[in-house]
Design a protein around this ligand. Structure first.
Ligand SMILES: *Cc1c(COP(=O)(O)O)cnc(C)c1O
Length: 222
């Protein structure tokens, strides 16, 4: 299955007035699909699996910005730390500290987003609001030198109920806004990563800065 270029071009137009960025989620899709978008000057791609990402990084052009959007285990951070552009799904202080450690080893500052659990209905990964505040407090007390906190990421419930999704996105947006106002040392909070193929329009209405689109561009997976 090839890339739907018409969808890609119309998405770009749709995003423009919002100033929002597009991450093309290429998990489980071949390198050839990525190159099709690369040839249209797209550079931001999202992947969920460490081994797959490491392989694609080896194989593909080095100016691609790789976003890790999956659930990251601490013992695998080292495989992506040397090159990853932004890690979206940080859901514990322990993971954040490991990213910082691997950032130091790679002599870089790694940008991260904290993942917040906003879906009411399902068990998705992420911090509760309480846990988010805890991580935040720890960071203010002891800033990390090799990570830069760029914002928040979340996934809404998988539902037809637009009202519920809007509520969840608005909640994440308000946490993001609070975080921006807090001006935590060592952070540069400018990224609110929310919205996927099924709900990106609602996410844009709720001031998402970054949407993560897979199946709409690359077709259904597996
Ligand atoms: C797979 C995935 C996406 C893309 O989902 P689509 O519905 O295919 O657009 C976005 N975000 C995360 C975290 C994902 O795992």
């Amino acid at each position: 299955m090839a890339v739907n270029k018409e969808v890609f071009l119309s998405l770009q137009q749709e995003l423009q007035p919002h100033g929002a960025a597009l991450i093309a989620v290429s998990k489980l899709k071949p390198a050839s699909d990525i190159l099709e978008l690369y040839d249209l000057d797209h550079r931001d791609f999202g992947e969920n699996y460490v081994q797959e990402l490491a392989n694609k990084y080896q194989e593909l052009p080095k100016d691609i910005r790789w976003h890790f959007i999956g659930h990251l285990q601490s013992n695998k951070v080292k495989y992506i730390a040397p090159f990853v552009y932004l890690i979206h799904g940080v859901d514990s202080l322990k993971l954040l500290q490991e990213i910082d450690k691997q950032g130091r080893k790679s002599n870089r500052i790694i940008d991260v987003l904290l993942q917040v659990h906003i879906a009411r209905e399902e068990t998705k990964f992420g911090l509760s609001e309480e846990e988010l505040l805890d991580v935040w407090r720890s960071l203010s007390a002891a800033p990390l030198a090799n990570t830069c906190l760029r914002g928040l990421m979340g996934m809404a419930s998988f539902t037809e109920d637009a009202g519920k999704i809007q509520f969840e996105f608005a909640h994440l947006q308000s946490l993001f806004h609070r975080m921006q106002k807090a001006e935590l040392a060592g952070s540069r909070v400018d990224t609110l990563s929310m919205g996927m193929s099924a709900d990106y329009k609602l996410a844009l209405q709720a001031a998402s800065t970054t949407i993560r689109i897979g199946s709409m561009l690359f077709g259904p997976r597996g």
